[in-house]
Design a protein around this ligand. Structure first.
Ligand SMILES: [Zn+2]
Ligand SMILES: [Zn+2]
Length: 415
């Protein structure tokens, strides 16, 4: 479930409310649109209870890691996956609730800013360990004692949510509900371990204008790659700001075509001696798709750049990757409409390479034992829009026939 977040409009200060996964913020008061950039991850806090006297006691923020996304696991000869949506405690030196449960859904989160008074406790465990515990990987592994060969977390959201606590002498209170928590061992226990708001945590609001030509970029909630309709560029909303993306599009004469975005990630896999698509087809023993794998065509993975549930995600990545010699994408240009928003980040798509390789290979016996050692080199990514036609029930990719149920796409957006 998407959480609701409130922040002050950077232009006029009015309170603006958006969904947690949104990167685009429109202020209904001053009509200004911005992209929100979180250079070191998004940080939110549960709001303090209104009846509380802010002056009483010292305020501290306890970190929880919020993850929502898909977890994939390869163990033995099996691949399993599940959706994880959780908020887990990240500071374990004192007794706090292990999870925030449904609380973040029941209230509007506040974006942490320099105006947030109080001190912040650090994570005492690695995010990866928190995620592994949250996903309950041991229960996912098939056959109990099968060796875990690979795990991947494809995140739609990964953020900090702070729970405010109030300290009076050695007594500690939940600052949202005012209920008592376990006391601190010494008066200075939390003070010594915490620090004030750090500048690098601050969210940047940048104008939704094309950095190249100044044209207004159309925003859409959680869209992470935005095309400029004026100069045919595409911009990635990344932690570093708006970054120009290399992009391509497939072939279609159909004016009614739907264009779905994919991350085309070209790479070599030295461990398996894979450099070209022909190498890949040979090593993974792909059935021929009919197209002629050109000898020198670099191996590329085609990973959905949109959110869908894990089963569909992996199926689509696998089928599209195996059919890559049919697409013939060319540098993008010219106005195309009906583009489905790219709302899965490139950084997350990169996490999907190994799981896609594992899912595509028919040669499990030779490839799976190598999975832990496999590295991807010479990685180069482009955004590619490929044409699909609507047959009423499914969207069907023109050249390969890969079908994606329409209801899966809308489902993915709401996940
Ligand atoms: Zn405003
Ligand atoms: Zn432009």
């Amino acid at each position: 479930m998407d959480l609701s977040v409130e922040h002050g409009c950077p232009q006029c200060g009015a309170p603006v409310s958006i969904a947690e996964s949104d990167r685009f913020s429109f202020c209904p008061f001053c009509k200004v649109s911005n992209y929100i950039i979180n250079p070191t991850g998004a940080r939110y806090a549960l709001p303090c209870g209104e009846s509380l006297d802010q002056e009483s006691g010292d305020l501290y923020f306890i970190p929880y890691i919020r993850f929502r996304g898909s977890v994939f696991l390869v163990s033995g000869r099996e691949i399993s996956h599940r959706i994880v949506d959780t908020t887990q405690l990240g500071f374990t030196d004192l007794l706090f609730p292990p999870s925030l449960g449904l609380r973040p859904q029941a209230m509007k989160l506040l974006r942490v800013s320099p105006q947030t008074s109080g001190r912040f406790l650090p994570l005492t465990i690695k995010t990866q360990s928190i995620l592994a515990r949250a996903a309950n990987l041991s229960a996912m592994a098939s056959g109990g004692d099968s060796q875990i060969l690979h795990r991947a977390y494809i995140g739609e959201s990964l953020s900090f949510i702070y729970m405010p606590v109030r300290q009076e002498e050695k007594n500690l209170f939940d600052a949202v509900t005012n209920s008592a928590l376990s006391p601190v061992p010494t008066d200075t226990f939390l003070e010594e371990r915490s620090k004030p708001f750090q500048r690098k945590w601050q969210s940047d609001f940048i104008a939704a204008l094309c950095p190249q030509c100044g044209w207004e970029l159309k925003g859409e909630g959680d869209c992470l790659a935005v095309p400029c309709d004026n100069c045919d560029t595409v911009w990635e909303v990344s932690a570093k700001g708006l970054q120009k993306l290399e992009w391509q599009q497939g072939e279609s004469q159909d004016t009614m075509a739907m264009w779905l975005p994919f991350w085309k990630i070209s790479t070599a896999i030295p461990e398996l001696s894979i450099r070209t698509f022909a190498d890949y087809a040979r090593v993974t023993r792909q059935p021929s798709t009919g197209g002629r794998p050109k000898k020198e065509e670099m191996m590329s993975f085609f990973i959905p750049a949109f959110k869908v549930r894990p089963k569909v995600f992996l199926q689509t990545a696998t089928r599209m990757t195996s059919a890559q010699n049919l697409f013939h994408p060319a540098p993008g240009g010219g106005h195309i409409s009906r583009r489905y928003p790219a709302n899965l980040a490139l950084s997350e798509a990169r996490q999907a390479l190994k799981i896609t390789l594992a899912a595509s290979t028919l040669n499990k016996k030779e490839v799976y034992p190598l999975l832990p050692r496999i590295r991807f080199t010479n990685v180069c990514a482009k955004l590619v829009y490929l044409p699909f036609h609507d047959d009423g029930h499914d969207l069907i990719q023109k050249q390969s026939g890969v079908a994606i149920a329409k209801n899966v796409l809308s489902w993915g957006k709401k996940l």
